[in-house]
Design a protein around this ligand. Structure first.
Ligand code: PMP
Length: 456
């Protein structure tokens, strides 16, 4: 008996020591955070993390400790450092909220920061809004979505992407955002790793951090035309890696992966048993050859789709996830816990919207993107011509350019743009969205041009 008490006392002692060390580590992380802020450095430093990871692994070899457990523990520590160092970063969303409050004060703002088409949802949506009350879609429903809607979505997806999907593979969610959240949160565990290719929509990273999952970033560059390196992805995968996130056509760059590279990434995922979360909400706006991840028939893929961009229904908050039925079941459990079910009237309206031809939206967005690109190159902005989506991710080649300061200056002049650093370590970039009428876009670009020359 006394033996076990001795051991327990020792265990307590070690645990308390670890807590004290955690306090010391957190204080140092805070200090480093201050220094990084002062020198304008981003929070995450992959090279530093890699070097520490290497040291931990070699220590594990020396002392005979399981490396997977040790690196999971390291991931917890690294995420804690990220949390204490993260200051309120300006993203497209914070600029949008600032712009909205300026509008409330009566200021006119051109919105080129947000990915929200200015055109209306399909006409059929208006009728559906009126008819849904009489149809009686007014009660609680199933967590995965209305059976008729899931059936309709399965047909739509099968036809649009030339695949074979049935209703069991569909979960209806309030926007693609929520399917992304439930997929990351339910499929991965704290300490697991998820690969994100940057620049990227920030929510993937934020969802992971929220769930104690370590994000490993693959930084792509303007010089490489935003092409990720397969080799780099390979090198990043270890026994804790559980998911890779893809988003093509990409927000913010408009990039579409070369088919061979995409094939190789999926093959790599298969070999390493990784989930592939493919956010395909801009598929309607692909300008060049694009292939859905669904076409690989990979049982660990999760595809997210939305009515927000394709049907201009951002405010309806409706999207869906497509995956193996076992994955859908897991996601549905969390969804039931969080919201019971997606509002049935909204599901009914979206189901009706599926009947409408939306090819005009594609033409509108593509023309606008062309106009925006033309104007941007006349102004000397540097960008890779987008293969799709609704954005230009442009570099402004000015000494000491800071996207956040720049976004604040243009906002004062009535133009909202998204600072590049909301999408990763891209301080001298801004994202411009082509979601306004061509005349408005030109007006916005003229404001941009004025602010650029004032800054010179
Ligand atoms: N994924 C990407 C890449 C996005 O850009 C956005 C919205 N800007 C979303 C998901 C969220 O879409 P939803 O409105 O369907 O939640």
């Amino acid at each position: 008996m006394s033996d076990i008490n001795d051991l327990r006392n020792k265990m307590d002692e070690v645990t308390l020591k670890m807590i004290e060390l955690l306090k010391t580590r957190t204080d140092i992380a805070k200090e480093i955070g201050e220094v990084k802020k002062n020198i304008g450095k981003g929070v995450t430093d992959e090279a530093r993390e890699d070097s520490l990871r290497g040291k931990v692994i070699s220590l594990c070899e020396d002392i005979g400790l399981n490396e997977t457990i040790a690196t999971k523990f390291l991931n917890f520590l690294l995420n804690e450092s990220i949390k204490v160092q993260s200051t309120n970063k300006q993203t497209h969303l914070s600029v949008f909220l600032k712009a909205k409050s300026l509008e409330e004060q009566g200021k006119k703002i051109i919105h080129m920061e947000v990915g929200e088409p200015d055109f209306l949802p399909p006409k059929i949506v208006k009728n559906a809004l009126e008819e849904v009350f009489d149809k009686g879609f007014l009660k609680y429903g199933q967590a995965k979505g209305m059976p008729a809607f899931r059936e309709a979505l399965a047909k739509y997806v099968s036809k649009t992407f030339n695949v074979n999907i049935n209703h069991e593979n569909i979960i209806v969610s309030p926007g693609a955002r929520f399917s992304i959240f439930t997929a990351i949160t339910t499929l991965l565990n704290p300490g697991d790793e998820m690969i994100v290719i940057e620049p990227a929509w920030p929510a993937y990273k934020d969802c992971a951090l929220n769930s104690g999952i370590k994000v490993r970033t693959i930084n792509t560059t303007f010089e490489d035309k935003w092409e990720p390196s397969l080799d780099q992805i390979k090198k990043t995968i270890n026994s804790n890696t559980k998911m890779i996130v893809l988003n093509y056509p990409n927000n913010p760059t408009g990039k579409i992966l070369d088919e061979k590279l995409q094939d190789s990434i999926i093959e790599l995922a298969r070999k390493n048993d990784l989930y592939v979360l493919s956010d395909e909400i801009y598929s309607q706006y692909a300008k060049t050859n694009w292939k859905s991840i669904l076409s690989y028939n990979y049982e660990k893929s999760i595809v997210t789709q939305s009515f927000s961009k394709s049907h201009a229904m951002t405010g309806f908050r409706i999207g869906y996830g497509i995956a193996d039925s076992k994955i859908i079941e897991k996601m549905a459990k969390l969804q039931a816990l969080c919201l019971t079910n997606v509002s049935e009237p909204i599901q009914y309206i979206a189901m009706k919207a599926l009947e409408e031809d939306i090819s005009d939206n594609t033409n509108t967005v593509q023309n606008r993107l062309d106009v925006l690109a033309q104007k941007a190159s006349e102004m000397g902005l540097e960008f890779v011509i987008p293969d799709g989506a609704m954005y230009l991710f442009a570099r402004i080649n000015q000494q000491g350019f800071d996207g956040v300061q720049f976004a604040n200056s243009t906002l004062e002049k009535g133009l909202a743009v998204a600072p590049g650093e909301g999408f990763g370590d891209y301080k001298n970039f801004i994202r411009l969205s082509a979601c306004q009428d061509e005349k408005v876009l030109i007006e916005g670009m003229n404001i941009l041009s004025n602010v650029m020359s004032e800054n010179q």
